[in-house]
Design a protein around this ligand. Structure first.
Ligand SMILES: Nc1nc2c(ncn2[C@@H]2O[C@H](COP(=O)(O)OP(=O)(O)O)[C@@H](O)[C@H]2O)c(=O)[nH]1
Ligand SMILES: [Mg+2]
Length: 260
């Protein structure tokens, strides 16, 4: 008999995702059971005060489901890291609760970790048959592409912004100090975990099932801040020259504008 695939902890950060919890949990465990993967699913909720807790309590009768409620703290990245601290198994998968990430792909992501040389797996909207939701306006598509391009020198991933990814416990445990701001925890883990050999699984980014996105202009600003920190971490020798070049460019632009 072939050996059973190693067990996994599935981490789902949530904020006001009450109506999405049941379909997410059912779909995730169906996929895991079909693949023969033993797993727990950990919901890390930032005190949503909606039906999340009641739904989880009911589903716990059927599934190995855990709920961590953080009070007085908000933030997707911090919630994911808290999930890792709570996790029992050595392989982690992270996905959103709103069903934009198809839970059926969880076994495919985990499968890449069977290959010892692969150290990070990301589900991508930008390769092969991956795609964005049809209802995304052009502006949001362009912004997403631009944000992706800016991260390229840090990580050779076609979709470093993706929130659907898998890694080993050891990558997280041996990573340099993690201090993400905003949403892009996968990029933080890839860079600070000194990953080298990523694998990618294309997926079609579905439209959010229920509830509202918490993505905002503030998140874009935090992303810019996060990128600056990562560039400084990864290319310390280039940081000050880049700042000086940006200042020089800004001075020249202002001088030209004043001359007009
Ligand atoms: N725990 C926690 N989860 C969050 C927070 N903000 C967003 N999330 C969850 O992170 C996932 C992605 O957020 P979403 O609003 O869908 O972002 P979008 O897909 O970029 O529009 C969802 O499961 C959210 O419920 C937060 O502050 N705390
Ligand atoms: Mg979403």
């Amino acid at each position: 008999m072939p050996p059973a695939p190693p067990a996994a902890s599935v981490i789902v950060p949530t904020y006001r995702e009450g109506p999405n919890i049941q379909p997410l949990v059912e779909r995730a465990f169906r996929a895991l059971r079909e693949a023969g993967i033993e797993a727990e699913l950990i919901i890390v909720d930032d005190d949503s005060r909606d039906e999340t807790e009641a739904v989880v309590r009911r589903l716990q009768e059927t599934f190995p489901l855990r709920l961590v409620i953080r009070r007085g703290e908000r933030g997707l990245s911090g919630a994911v890291l808290r999930g890792f601290q709570e996790a029992r198994y050595d392989r982690f998968v992270v996905l959103d609760a709103d069903l934009q990430h198809p839970p059926e792909l969880i076994p495919a992501l985990l499968g890449h970790l069977d290959d010892e040389s692969c150290d990070f797996v990301i589900a991508t909207r930008y390769r092969d048959r991956g795609s964005l939701p049809r209802d995304w306006p052009l502006g949001r598509r362009l912004a997403s592409r631009l944000a992706t391009g800016l991260a390229r020198p840090l990580a050779p991933l076609s979709d470093p912004m993706s929130g659907f990814f898998a890694l080993r416990r050891s990558t997280w445990a041996h990573a340099d100090r993690l201090d993400p701001v905003g949403y892009k925890i996968a990029l933080e883990l890839y860079v600070k975990g000194r990953c080298r050999r990523p694998a990618e699984v294309p997926f079609q980014f579905a439209t959010r099932a229920a509830g509202e996105s918490k993505f905002s202009l503030r998140q874009q600003w935090l992303y810019a801040k996060h990128l600056a920190r990562l560039y400084r971490y990864r290319f310390p020798w280039a940081y000050w020259p880049a700042i000086l070049a940006a200042l020089a460019a800004a001075t020249i632009l202002v001088a030209l504008a004043v001359k007009e």
